[in-house]
Design a protein around this ligand. Structure first.
Ligand code: ADP
Ligand code: MG
Length: 245
């Protein structure tokens, strides 16, 4: 099966130091891929290059065979690639509902006719699915940590994007929120969404991902099925070794 998103030879340096070097990766329709690796491995930088937040020094990103390399973030978003940030980047003083509406508006073409009701419906549906409907009128700043994480997912869900890039979406979630989170991702995949997530908790990774790519110092050291990657002693040593932190 052809890849939905293809990353080829993607590289980025900061001040002469390689953050990502010659990265190759494919995301396939309906597959949940986890990016695992120590802090500073280049995971977020990789996302930033796919979403147009950072211009790669070399390499290509293509969506269904069409290059999107270096495209502006709003154009990438309109092609159906959505992302969340480690620091969430919510509009903290807006309501939960308005946060979701804003994520839809930012992707919509302003001239789309009669889209107002459709957008409001999409926002309500996303709030419902993330369990945030009772908090729709609360301000984002007043949400708990877990609720804020679900709001960042609701913002993505509402856009109808087909590729989700999630930067540490489950970090710090308690067990019950985590199982709601897992169910939400599985539901999205059942609806045809393709997901790549950065995750530190190996229990979460094992539970949710179909594939794991292991990154260290800007390179992909291994990629495969969770059981295979998790059992690799060399990777475990890197992951649990001194460089983590
Ligand atoms: N905007 C930036 N400017 C300078 N260095 C950066 C920037 N973003 C990331 N880096 C560096 O690139 C490397 C990879 O960072 P990052 O992609 O954030 O890693 P990860 O998400 O895997 O923890 C790190 O050494 C980090 O300090
Ligand atoms: Mg990161």
């Amino acid at each position: 099966m052809a890849a939905l998103l293809t990353i080829a030879g993607l590289s980025k340096q900061f001040g002469g130091r390689a953050a990502v070097q010659g990265m190759d990766m494919e995301l396939h329709q309906g597959v949940i891929t986890a990016l695992v690796g120590p802090n500073g491995a280049g995971k977020t930088t990789l996302f930033n290059m796919v979403t147009g937040n950072l211009m790669p020094d070399a390499g290509q990103v293509s969506l269904e065979g069409r290059s999107i390399t270096g495209m502006a973030p709003h154009r990438v978003a309109r092609l159906g690639i959505a992302r969340s940030f480690q620091d969430l980047r919510l509009f903290t003083h807006m309501t939960v509902r308005d946060n979701v509406l804003a994520s839809i508006e930012s992707r919509a073409w302003f001239w789309q006719p009669g889209a107002g009701k459709a957008r409001r419906d999409a926002a309500e549906a996303a709030l419902e699915r993330t369990g945030l409907l009772p908090l729709a009128n609360a301000r984002a700043v007043d949400l708990s940590y877990a609720e804020a994480k679900f709001l960042s997912l609701a913002r993505i869900l509402a856009t109808g994007s087909r590729i989700w890039l999630l930067d540490e979406p489950a970090s710090g979630l308690d067990l019950s929120s985590r199982s709601r989170f897992t169910a939400l991702l599985r539901g999205a995949v059942a609806d045809g969404v393709t997901i790549c997530l950065i995750e530190h908790n190996l229990d979460v990774v094992t539970e949710i991902s179909d594939r794991i790519a292991f990154l260290d110092q800007g390179c992909k050291l291994a990629e495969g099925e969770p059981a295979e990657i998790m059992q690799n002693p060399a990777l475990r040593a890197i992951y649990f070794g001194e460089r983590r932190g």
